[in-house]
Design a protein around this ligand. Structure first.
Ligand code: SF4
Length: 404
């Protein structure tokens, strides 16, 4: 895999009124025509995405949204879609005309504040109108953490505007967005050894490992640690061949029972899914939500939420295995519903439990935003890995390396 996947890129979204210059600014930053621009308001219909390396920040994806203030029916639908982009936005660029702040900008800053998204104000078209001296203060009062003034037609000064943007982003982004916490850092010291159990079955993609496995290997290498990668069947043999105990064993959730059964009690073990819920999700919230499985009763509604719409296999983990495990574990007649892709329901309060997939296709902000929406409605939420571990009676065991 040569390019950083989108889910690992910082998501920077451009919001503003129609024809305020968002798309022109994105084209200027990219140094090429990415977004369609025109003096006709409402030219950007759906969100347009552009991936880029923005050093020293790293790999980013810019999301150019449709303009606000479009009163047509179609325009309202575009606005609704643009608002959904907030759920995956790590940093918002809120565009403002040089004449001053209006209701549209105030509403956008308020939304960013509600969702705890750092916002940079980008004052555009400064070649046409000199911004009022009071404008920066007004924008800061609205919630802008940084203000930059740009002219998208001034291509000779492109480097200057890109530098201003980078500087503003570095100022507003929390440290852990620029340097994410290590995956294994506190579990595996330099020189340590982790055994990774990777089932190669019908669900495994042909010719490659999946992203969480690759990221774990890379993180161990970054931390000067070692990994031994084995298939499920060879795990006991591999363990017996080692002349030292591994410091950690990590497996795919679907073979958690096999791992626990074959691992001595003094070797910490966990699953990829649980490991990643520290990085992407909200570990404490998910661990707590998982324990709600024990309170499920006949007739309770459970939502299984998948973040992509992949082709379901015969014994699909989300569609088949987890419902089977939940029903067997609770002995309850559960009403199980499914959602996939960006189709995460609004009316979450009707569920007694949400079981979310690992969200490997989503960025950290979007996974957390989904979990928070459930928490705000008082609905316990778990993920596939923790849910499977609970139904196999090994949850506390695989959480123990994290002192949860
Ligand atoms: S973890 Fe979620 S996003 Fe990743 S492949 Fe599975 S269903 Fe799709």
């Amino acid at each position: 895999m040569e390019k950083t996947p989108k889910s690992l890129r910082l998501h920077i979204a451009l919001f503003g009124r129609t024809n305020v210059g968002k798309s022109s600014f994105l084209n200027l930053v990219a140094g090429q025509d990415v977004a369609m621009t025109s003096p006709v308001p409402g030219t950007t219909t759906d969100a347009v995405e552009k991936t880029m390396e923005l050093l020293p920040i790293g790999p980013v994806v810019f999301i150019d949204t449709a303009g606000f203030e479009d009163e047509t029916e179609l325009g309202q639908e575009r606005i609704r879609r643009s608002l959904k982009v907030f759920d995956r936005t790590d940093a918002a660029l809120i565009f403002c005309p040089p004449e001053g702040v209006g209701k549209a900008e105030k509403d956008l800053f308020e939304l960013a504040r509600e969702k705890n998204i750092p916002a940079v104000a980008v004052v555009t078209k400064t070649d046409l109108v000199q911004p009022a001296s009071s404008l920066a203060g007004e924008l800061e009062a609205c919630g802008a953490r940084s203000v930059i003034c740009v002219s998208a037609t001034d291509t000779a000064n492109r480097e200057k505007y890109v530098s201003l943007l980078k500087q503003a982003l570095i100022e507003v982004l929390p440290e852990d967005f620029i340097t994410p916490p290590p995956l294994l850092g506190d579990l595996l010291a330099p020189g340590g050894l982790a055994v990774l159990i990777v089932p190669i079955d019908i669900e495994a993609p042909k010719g490659r490992l999946i992203m969480p496995q690759v990221q774990t290997i890379r993180d161990a290498l970054d931390g000067d640690a070692m990994t031994l990668v084995v298939k499920t069947k060879e795990y006991p043999q591999a363990l017996a061949m080692l002349n030292r105990k591994p410091d950690l064993v990590i497996c795919d959730s679907q073979v958690v029972h096999h791992m626990v059964k074959n691992t001595p009690e003094d070797i910490p073990c966990t699953t990829f899914s649980i490991l990643f819920s520290r990085l992407k999700g909200d570990f404490a919230l998910l661990a707590e939500g998982t324990r709600a499985i024990g309170r499920l009763r006949d007739g309770d509604r459970v939502l299984i939420a998948e973040a992509c719409s992949h082709h379901a296999m015969d014994d699909d983990i989300g569609r088949v295995k987890i419902p089977r495990l939940l029903r067997a574990c609770t002995q309850a007649d559960l009403q199980i519903e499914f959602s996939s892709g960006r189709d995460y329901p609004e009316d979450l309060e009707k569920y007694k439990l949400i079981v979310h997939c690992g969200g490997c296709m989503l960025n950290r902000r979007e996974v957390r935003s989904r979990l928070q929406r459930a928490a705000a409605k008082g609905v316990p939420v778990t993920n596939y890995g923790m849910c499977i571990s609970y139904t196999q009676g090994v949850l506390e065991w695989v959480l123990s390396p994290f002192n949860a």
